[in-house]
Design a protein around this ligand. Structure first.
Ligand code: GLP
Length: 262
């Protein structure tokens, strides 16, 4: 795992977007794993800008989102399908037929989860998985006690997640769907590369636990310590409780692979 500390949230989002653009240019057929949440909004804004101004080409890319609420139709503005269409897909040249999210409206949710997992495998697996970190340390909607080898399935959302996502549902956590389909921790760990992004002082405690704490299913983001190629991009505020920052900064300042991002 590598931790890259940027001065502020804008710089962190820019570095993440540049890294994604680099991977797309290196492999135009890349399978992207995409995330939602407020942290990703600026990353998608920057990718749209790169598409418009620097001809970043999504035409051969395929994408799979981490998760989708159960019972919210795709045309509903609260759905993650709607979020992705509005913030990224509509504004770049990705073929909508190559963009995948779990179908939270399926009458056979178990079958839908198996189908989603198999479609990822049929596409050759995820090349680059983008990740945010929830306030309870979840990745996707892998809530505390999610098996670290879990596959795509339905999860009941934890109280902290209902709280975190309430602002999107009129500020009332009673309006937040109780369940979601999510890629499993095992699905995420099977991706070729992971890129996690976290910004803001409210993420400082969970980022310290995620990066430097013991691996535990109580904080599923800690499973990323097992991933062979995982990069965390954080801003100073989210890095505030990390103990090893001197070393992380040294790596970023000196290792040749980061030269073009410094
Ligand atoms: C939701 C999503 C997660 C995301 C998290 C972080 O819970 N299911 O995939 O990582 O939000 O949200 P934010 O970026 O708003 O902090």
């Amino acid at each position: 795992m590598e931790v890259i500390i940027q001065p502020d949230a804008n710089a962190a989002a820019l570095l993440a977007a540049r890294l994604i653009a680099h991977e797309i240019r290196a492999n135009p057929h890349i399978v992207l794993g995409l995330a939602t949440g407020s942290t990703m909004e600026s990353v998608y804004r920057l990718l749209v800008k790169m598409h418009r101004e620097d001809k970043l080409d999504f035409s051969l890319c395929r994408s799979f989102n981490l998760d989708e609420y159960v019972g919210i139709p795709p045309e509903d503005s609260h759905s993650y399908r709607y979020y992705m269409n509005e913030r990224l897909f509509k504004h770049v040249n990705i073929d909508e037929r190559n963009t995948h999210l779990p179908n939270g409206m399926s009458h056979d949710l178990v079958g839908e989860c198996a189908r989603y997992e198999n479609t990822i495998k049929r596409c050759g697996g995820i090349g680059l998985q983008l990740l945010g970190v929830g306030s309870d340390g979840h990745i996707g909607f892998n809530e505390p006690l999610s098996a670290l080898r879990s596959q795509t399935r339905v999860k009941a959302l934890a109280p902290a997640t209902l709280e975190q996502n309430a602002p999107y549902f009129g500020g009332d956590k009673a309006n937040v769907p109780r369940r979601a389909i999510t890629m499993g921790v095992g699905t995420i760990l099977a991706s070729h590369r992971c890129l996690a992004l976290a910004t803001g002082a409210h993420k400082a405690e969970i980022i310290a636990k995620t990066v430097e704490g013991p691996i535990t299913s109580m904080i599923t983001a800690t499973a990323l310590q097992l991933h062979p190629h995982c990069t965390f991009v954080v801003d100073e505020a989210a890095a505030a409780e990390l103990k090893g920052t001197e070393y992380y900064r040294w790596i970023f300042a000196n290792e040749p692979e980061w030269a073009e991002y410094r």
